[in-house]
Design a protein around this ligand. Sequence first.
Ligand SMILES: [Mg+2]
Length: 147
Amino acid sequence: MLFNFKVAVFDLDFTLWNCQELYEQTQSILANLSSKGIRLYVASFHLDAERQCESLGINKYFSSILYGRDVPKSQMIRRVMDDAKVSPSDVVFFDDSFDNVLEVQSKHQIRAIQVDRTNGITWIDILRSNRPISTQPGQKKLFHFMY
Ligand SMILES: [Mg+2]
């Protein structure tokens, strides 16, 4: 599969794991994306995120794990974009919280996808995120009609 993003940012709780174990497709998604050279990040409000990723055995996939209780996700993603030196159109973001998805989408023109916390992250979410964003400036086509 070809991916049209360079960076993927994941919420941790109820996106990658259900607070007991990893979701069914988490491991294969992280392994596959990182093997394609896509840079992966965690952006979490969970202050124990780093230790948690380590005990789940997934910290090896991430370029960085960002966390902070009072830090908006959009601010974490700003830091990710600076770190990875990419533009917003290169980034996708996944979170089970609609508020976070909305907050990020309102600050950055990136693809932000809400994950269903029953199944966590799935390949369907990855496919949905792989569509180009429709609101890129300068991409609008002008149609001329002559009657
Ligand atoms: Mg969450």
